[in-house]
Design a protein around this ligand. Sequence first.
Ligand code: PEP
Length: 257
Amino acid sequence: MRTPLIAGNWKMNKTASEAATFARELVQRTITSPAIEIVIAPPFTALDSVRHALGTSSSIGLAGQNLHWEDRGAYTGEVSAPMLKDLGCQYVILGHSERRALFGERDDVIQKKLAAAFRHGLKPILCVGESLGEREAGRTTEIIAGQLKGSLAGFTATQLAMLTIAYEPVWAIGTGKAASPEQAISVHQTIRQFLQREWSAALAQGTRILYGGSVTPQNASSFLASDEIDGALVGGACLQTESFASIADLAQKRTGH
Ligand code: PEP
């Protein structure tokens, strides 16, 4: 049984003080239970203030939005896996389409970042997804398989047991045009088939696959209703306490707790 995960990617939003206020509101509003995991990914500059605002009793987890593949060194402006661990992160988002499109991240670089995350016990949330042109050209499966092949090359099933995959069609991110649950389910099945073919049925069945792309409290249930969809990676709708907490509530209801 895969534990559903609702993750909020704040992107480049909220100063450290705004983030602390928001995190305190979120703790007040969110009903946590062991049946689901809730994780938030503030900007690096807000991780410390959010960690303190969440407090030791909150079960809301913390994620970095990216990392550098080396542990330390002359990499101006970068942040490493040990730095994220030290600030209390359990997760890190890797390969987000904005990193790929705006910062030129390729699958081989994402592979090195995944290796750094595994080395330091950070659980990666690997984003994959096709552009609208790729979908319209009937290349969705090929693109997703290529991203998985390139970024997961050389890892063992034991390492990959730490992995969550987020299927995020690029055309659905921040556009208000979410994929249909059927489109998401079909790609999730493709991802599981890939994991089964390249590693094992156990890995394919054990890996959490989230849907991301214009998830809102209004459409979240339609995704979460499927056994193929193990939660959501939420962008825009995670920036307001009520909408993010409502999505988490819906995930919790689905588990029957
Ligand atoms: C994202 O950027 O990961 C995302 C899913 O954004 P949005 O929910 O705003 O589409």
